[in-house]
Write a protein that binds this ligand. Structure first.
Ligand code: HEC
Ligand code: HEC
Ligand code: HEC
Ligand code: HEC
Length: 241
């Protein structure tokens, strides 16, 4: 008796014959195809990507500062300062500019050209106590009035250092004040912000509108409507915010 029992449990493979097996396989394939191609009714509105011009994220210095001897473009010609100034007497109190009409001085109460330019030798910059600097040393000129910012710049807190951290790999280059600031108009104009992130789940959670997408189709990736009722599960002090 005990020997007969295992034989009875043996699965009866012949009850599912071959044509039926094939039929079932076909039906499953057909169902898979239908589910795959059936439109779901959900379309995810994808806004056009915001375009960013490479110019807006250019890390290179804003200005190319003067080198020594300094040259200026005057009336379309490049001249060294002393080409002309050798024969021009300085008029330290004049604000009437004809040759240098491109210069519009907007530097706080710093309204005289000779607070920074040496009145005799135009190839040099000068402090108020007549210490002179070459154009390559122009950052030291700024230090006489902007001590705290100058010290921050020396320590790498203000400004920018390009190149290598590791001195074995290459040199590091600290940008000078005049590579970022126009000495005659040092304040930066307002900088236009770059576009913010725009992921698929962004947009108005209440109406379901995606950002920059006005066709009023509900974005299925956003929170379902009325989901804000879940706030009531929060402790009282959190749901008040
Ligand atoms: C083409 C000739 C010419 C060149 C080159 C030139 N300047 Fe002048 N500059 C003048 C004249 C003329 C004046 C008198 C004011 C005016 O007409 O703009 C003047 C005035 C100035 C002033 C006004 C203060 C003062 O003492 O009268 C400064 C500062 C100055 N120049 C600096 C420079 C520097 C720095 C350079 C070189 C980077 C330079 N200039 C190159 C012709 C020139
Ligand atoms: C706060 C200091 C300061 C004052 C004030 C100042 N300058 Fe300058 N100026 C500089 C420095 C620094 C440079 C060198 C800039 C560079 O390296 O690019 C310069 C460059 C120049 C140049 C050559 C570059 C150019 O933009 O053409 C001229 C010309 C010039 N200054 C004229 C003047 C005149 C004219 C005045 C008065 C109206 C004046 N500056 C006032 C600091 C000053
Ligand atoms: C003789 C003194 C003097 C020198 C030299 C000088 N500055 Fe200034 N700077 C001033 C004054 C004064 C102000 C105005 C501060 C204010 O309005 O609160 C100012 C303001 C500024 C500002 C802020 C502008 C703003 O409106 O927020 C910058 C940036 C600046 N300077 C950069 C420089 C640079 C770069 C140099 C060197 C090329 C320089 N300064 C040289 C006196 C000076
Ligand atoms: C890499 C660029 C860069 C360099 C280099 C740089 N600055 Fe600035 N600086 C800035 C920017 C950006 C601001 C902020 C401008 C704004 O908010 O309008 C600023 C602000 C300032 C201000 C006004 C705000 C403050 O903190 O008081 C001063 C003054 C100033 N800089 C002076 C200097 C001097 C002096 C040097 C050189 C020793 C220098 N900067 C070098 C980019 C630079």
């Amino acid at each position: 008796m005990s020997q007969k029992e295992p034989a009875a449990k043996k699965p009866n493979t012949s009850s599912l014959d071959r044509p039926a097996l094939w039929g079932l396989t076909l039906i499953f394939f057909a169902l898979a195809a239908i589910f795959f191609f059936l439109p779901t009714g959900n379309s995810i509105p994808i806004p056009d990507p915001a375009s960013v011009s490479p110019k807006d994220i250019d890390p290179s210095p804003r200005f190319t500062p003067l080198s020594d001897p300094p040259k200026a473009m005057v009336n379309g010609f490049e001249r060294t300062c002393m080409d002309c100034h050798v024969s021009i007497d300085s008029q330290p109190h004049s604000t009437d500019l004809h040759q240098h009409a491109n210069i519009e001085l907007q530097h706080g109460i710093n309204t005289r050209c000779v607070t920074c330019h040496d009145s005799k030798n135009r190839n040099l910059l000068a402090t108020l106590d007549n210490k002179t600097f070459t154009y390559a040393q122009s950052s030291q000129l700024c230090s006489q009035c902007h001590g705290p910012v100058y010290r921050q710049w020396e320590r790498g807190i203000h400004g920018k250092t390009l190149g290598y951290w590791d001195a074995k790999l290459g040199k590091s280059e600290k940008l000078t004040c005049t590579q970022c600031h126009d000495p005659h108009h040092p304040r930066f104009d307002a900088i236009k912000p770059l576009p913010g992130p725009n992921t698929l789940r962004m947009g108005d959670q209440e109406t379901g509108d995606s950002q920059d997408h006005g066709d009023h189709k509900r974005n299925p990736l956003l929170l379902p409507p009325h989901s804000k009722t879940t706030d009531s599960h929060l402790p009282a002090h959190e749901s008040k915010h």
